[in-house]
Design a protein around this ligand. Sequence first.
Ligand SMILES: C[S@@+](CC[C@H](N)C(=O)[O-])C[C@H]1O[C@@H](n2cnc3c(N)ncnc32)[C@H](O)[C@@H]1O
Length: 310
Amino acid sequence: MSRLRLAARALRLALNRAHADPTADYDAASSDYDTFFSPVMGGHSTAALAEVPIAPGDSVVELACGTGHLTAEIIRRLDGRGTVRAVDKSPGMLDVAREKVRALTAGTSGLGVELSVGDMDSFIRGLPDRSADLVVVGWAICYTKPARLLAEIGRVLRPGGRVMVIETRADAHQALTEGLEKVFADDPSLLTSLIRVSLPKNAATVARWFTKAGLTVTGQRDGAQVIPAHTPAAVLEWVQRSGAAAGFKTAVDNGREQLVLDRVEAGLAELLRKKGTLEIQHTFVVVTGAKPVAPRARHGARTGEEAGVA
Ligand SMILES: C[S@@+](CC[C@H](N)C(=O)[O-])C[C@H]1O[C@@H](n2cnc3c(N)ncnc32)[C@H](O)[C@@H]1O
């Protein structure tokens, strides 16, 4: 019965377009992000970036750059020549990125790095056709309509240009999301807006988004990382301070956030008692692609070789 009430409330919120914006949570997590998220998940991001070519002189676009973990790696690989145009909606995250970029670009003249505060959909719509060699989206395509964003990415890439997406999978932090769902099901009034994210089921889902947008898939894989937190309190601290729970603050009824956290913690404690261990996995996908050199039909994937990808 309580699940039915939750579904009814979710439907009402959807009809009222009450969607939680993650920006406040990212602003709050910005000073901790590089202590909690980047050391655990950042290695997977840089490994994914290594799967696409970057050469000095390239023009790179980074959507939702956050604290600049990948921006820094892109700058290193440009080796003093090229451009980076990056955007993020959270001013707090971008402040951290600015510091990082300043340190890396001091004394270089052949490198142009622009960091803008804004929405990635509007940002990419403002970029000229065929003006980028590479577009990178780290842990953020879930905040947009993925196929629509990828179609814009295809427009902005030069023929043969590359795209790399790394994203959390829908089944990440399962025990935690199930616990949260149960708390909301028991008392649907705790949920005041929906956390609307398009998390993919697996890499094949993202590969289908690429194909639908007219991009050639050059690589796809699934991965998983156990988060370094094994007690209920440590798990809740990690997801909040890493930004992994972004959207939570606005989704929960004002002033009752701690009540929700306490109930989720109690649920995790029960799970720990039953299983003897608490292992939360951050599952993710990495998909790389390219804009075909010759125009082709929007449906039907072709290999990189067929598409004339260098
Ligand atoms: C998990 S962080 C990833 C940051 C960075 N790409 C990385 O690899 O560490 C997600 C970022 O997406 C940003 N974001 C969410 N929605 C956005 C939007 N619509 N436009 C621009 N940035 C957005 C958040 O502010 C946050 O910095």
